[in-house]
Design a protein around this ligand. Structure first.
Ligand code: PEP
Ligand code: MG
Length: 321
């Protein structure tokens, strides 16, 4: 603690400050919604549909075949509603399904899943959704149902696009389902090297926000399987190319007034939170247990930025007339 060479970021305990950079929370299990809402989180930065759907024990296709489309929509909307209620009016960003085929294969109906050598590089996220638009439209209809009954805090996010074309096609599906993009924010995850390089074109598709999915960014940019213990020591969120890529995305988004957030595991890491806050990210999304600590670190980083800015301005800050 008193080691002067230890410059790691430590959060002061106690009081939870307010911050200009929003700090949100990731929620996978709707049952955890209340605990998540009891933190200082400004909303849900990532609500994954994976747990909601996989915990039925059936693949989505099997579920629809057995119970019908209406039951499928109801299942999703009721689970999301638990989260939306716990957080209202704070925003909840729901993400369309991103389940790899090897996980789906273990469920009832899983025998119809393709067998892939590299499921993480395969048929998942928006790739599958665009290939099976009828299925993702049911998910989108569940979001719309909540919007129709008055939940104006539900936002829509698409995982794993590679380029603007993927994002445009996702937007068209939202439009087909009738989600009002004027009143409900929508956006895309940026998780592949291609999507990082396409950030300007993705922004041009009219997204309200972009989310950095660092679990996948690190996996794909460093070519390190995120689930392979043999190369776990090479899974480095702080690799210079990763930091540079994130800074580039934030800069491009800030130029166009598009919100940026981080939803990967490293969004729970105070050191990373400090780096991203300094780069001007709009929000961070952390695990439930990390939210308050991340906020304290962000508050301190913001104070330092402000002080440095004031001290660097030789004439002092300009006051409004
Ligand atoms: C990510 O890739 O960082 C992310 C948040 O998505 P997931 O972990 O669900 O792939
Ligand atoms: Mg991901």
């Amino acid at each position: 603690e008193s080691d002067p060479t230890n410059d790691s970021v430590e959060a002061p305990v106690g009081h939870i400050p307010t911050t200009a950079t929003e700090v949100k929370v990731n929620v996978s299990i709707p049952e955890a919604a209340q605990r998540a809402a009891d933190t200082s989180a400004d909303g849900v930065g990532l609500l994954r549909l994976e747990h909601i759907l996989l915990s039925t024990g059936k693949t989505p296709e099997k579920y629809v075949a057995d119970h019908g489309e209406e039951a499928f929509i109801k299942e999703i909307s009721e689970e999301i509603r638990k989260v939306a209620d716990a957080f209202y009016p704070r925003p909840v960003r729901a993400r369309t399904l991103d389940a790899p085929t090897d996980e789906l294969a273990e469920l009832e109906g899983g025998e119809s899943e393709p067998i892939e050598h590299n499921p993480m590089l395969g048929y998942r996220g928006i790739r599958r959704s665009l290939q099976e638009p009828e299925m993702v439209k049911l998910e989108l209809r569940a979001f719309k149902r909540l919007q129709d009954i008055g939940y104006d805090n539900i936002e829509v996010m698409f995982p794993l696009p590679n380029d603007a074309d993927d994002v445009r096609r996702a937007r068209e599906l939202m439009d087909e389902v009738g989600i009002d993009r004027d009143t409900h924010e929508w956006g895309a995850m940026v998780e592949t090297p291609a999507s990082i390089r396409s950030i300007d074109e993705i922004i041009d598709e009219g997204v309200d926000f972009v989310a950095l999915g660092t679990n996948d960014i690190v996996q794909f940019m460093l070519a390190v399987d995120r689930n392979n213990a043999m190369v776990a020591d090479r899974f480095d969120d702080y690799h210079p190319t990763i930091l540079e890529a994130m800074a580039e995305v934030i800069e491009a988004c800030n130029e166009h007034d598009v919100d940026t957030t981080i939803t990967g595991q490293s969004g729970s890491d105070p050191e990373m939170a400090k780096f991203l806050a300094e780069k001007g990210i709009s929000s961070l999304s952390s695990n439930i247990d990390a939210v308050d600590d991340v906020r304290r670190v962000v508050a301190r980083a913001e104070q330092e930025l402000l002080l440095n800015a004031v001290r660097d301005t030789s004439d002092g800050p300009t006051l409004p007339d």
